[in-house]
Design a protein around this ligand. Structure first.
Ligand SMILES: CC(C)(COP(=O)(O)OP(=O)(O)OC[C@H]1O[C@@H](n2cnc3c(N)ncnc32)[C@H](O)[C@@H]1OP(=O)(O)O)[C@@H](O)C(=O)NCCC(=O)NCCS
Length: 173
């Protein structure tokens, strides 16, 4: 990937394209969010088979980056075609190991990720974020995403209804 910082930065981590060997750690971070947070509407952790299917999803117009330090994968970000049928829109996901929150890793991952979708043929990138996910909303608005709107009572998790906010960013011509 052109321009991507492969060398370790001053901050002690680097960002690179993921390899299959990263999958276990990626899913570990995701399953933390499934079990402990409202960041994802999923309420059941992914098992090995589901993780494999997730890895293989949408091969050509997808992208999965990881941030790594000396301990291994500490965050990841993924572009996936947006699930709505007929739309030519890409969705992004960013997840950082909670031990490493608040150090700029999510912002660094998102910055790298949104360099790519234009090359994959997209004009618009979206993210869906629980309305009370302050870190998630701050992350995207800081990168110039605008709010599209909020779907009230969009999902049910841990005995609670969640409102989901959709944000979008137009990619430059
Ligand atoms: C959202 C998430 C990826 C942010 O990662 P991070 O590495 O902690 O974020 P950063 O340190 O890069 O901070 C990015 C911005 O969010 C803000 N932010 C981070 N945590 C915050 C919090 N708890 N409350 C309010 N703002 C917060 C930062 O201040 C920063 O904004 P700034 O540049 O204006 O200061 C991380 O909290 C996470 O993994 N959450 C679970 C998954 C998730 O919610 N993903 C988003 C939906 S896909």
């Amino acid at each position: 990937m052109v321009g991507m910082a492969k060398a370790k930065s001053r901050k002690g981590y680097s960002i690179r394209a993921s390899t299959k060997d990263d999958l276990r750690a990626i899913v570990g971070i995701y399953n933390w969010a499934v079990n402990q947070t409202f960041a994802t509407i999923d309420s059941e952790p992914l098992d090995a088979e589901e993780a494999q299917a997730w890895w293989e999803m949408h091969g050509k117009r997808s992208l999965l980056l990881v941030s790594v330090d000396e301990t291994g994968v500490i965050g990841w970000a993924r572009l996936l075609p947006w699930k709505q049928r007929g739309f030519d829109v890409v969705e992004c996901l960013v997840y950082v190991d909670p031990v490493h929150h608040g150090k700029g890793i999510g912002a660094a991952l998102l910055t790298e990720l949104i360099r790519e979708p234009r090359g994959l043929g997209y004009r618009t990138i979206v993210a869906s974020i629980a309305r009370d996910n302050r870190a998630g909303l701050a992350l995207y608005s800081r990168q110039g995403f605008e709010m599209v709107g909020t779907i009230r009572n969009a999902a049910h998790k841990f005995d609670r209804w969640m409102d989901i906010t959709l944000v979008q960013k137009s990619l430059e011509n």
